[in-house]
Write a protein that binds this ligand. Sequence first.
Ligand SMILES: O=C(CO)COP(=O)(O)O
Length: 251
Amino acid sequence: MTANRKLIAGNWKMNGLKADGLDLASDLAGRLKGAGPVAFDMLVCPPFPLLFLVGEAIADSPLALGGQDCAPKTSGAHTGDVAPTMLKDAGCRFVILGHSERRADHGESDAVVNAKAVAAHKEGLVAIICVGETEAQRDTGQANTVVSGQLAGSIPAGATAGNTVIAYEPVWAIGTGKTATPDDVKAMHAHIRAELEGKIAESAKVRILYGGSVKPNNAAELMVVENVDGALVGGASLKADDFWAIATACR
Ligand SMILES: O=C(CO)COP(=O)(O)O
């Protein structure tokens, strides 16, 4: 099987004001432009208020822009929501959906994530659909079943290798400094790959990212694991040096 091109995605979460957000994105865009051919695609997902500014700052670089969520509708009376059309307008090509923090903080179900992915696809956005088990679920041997259920419920009809990316983010590894071992990651990514077969055409080409305490010191060992097609990075994506070190660990 030919390896998929890696995607290194930075999820800034609820971090970053105008000045530091612009500095971070411009710094990364500059490094990417100056680097020549690289073995990865790079993406930053800033908070909504920074999207237009960051989008303008990186417009002439290969650095891609994404949102951290979107509404399942195109427009209308939905106070506080942001439509996929608006993300597109700001220069986004990607949107993260169903992050465990959204599932926990906002009660997002698989059905909601599915509807959001449909809306995102309609606008031509690539949906990065997040799945992952809690520590209790892993400890009781339910990790595979939980992830299978999330995939079955969250991936919409019409998903393709071109418009959908899966991010496996074990909840217990997010922001905790605990990382899944390469063996755990290998097993879960193989499980996800098998689950995608039959659900998505050309399933081998769907990029499956790992997320959860990815840092410069563990990126190299994680990025060589079979079926790991990149990383979804939280904390370490807020420092240009760290995020760049993670990306350049890809071969
Ligand atoms: O949730 C994550 C990315 O979406 C991972 O966050 P950390 O890299 O901070 O663990």
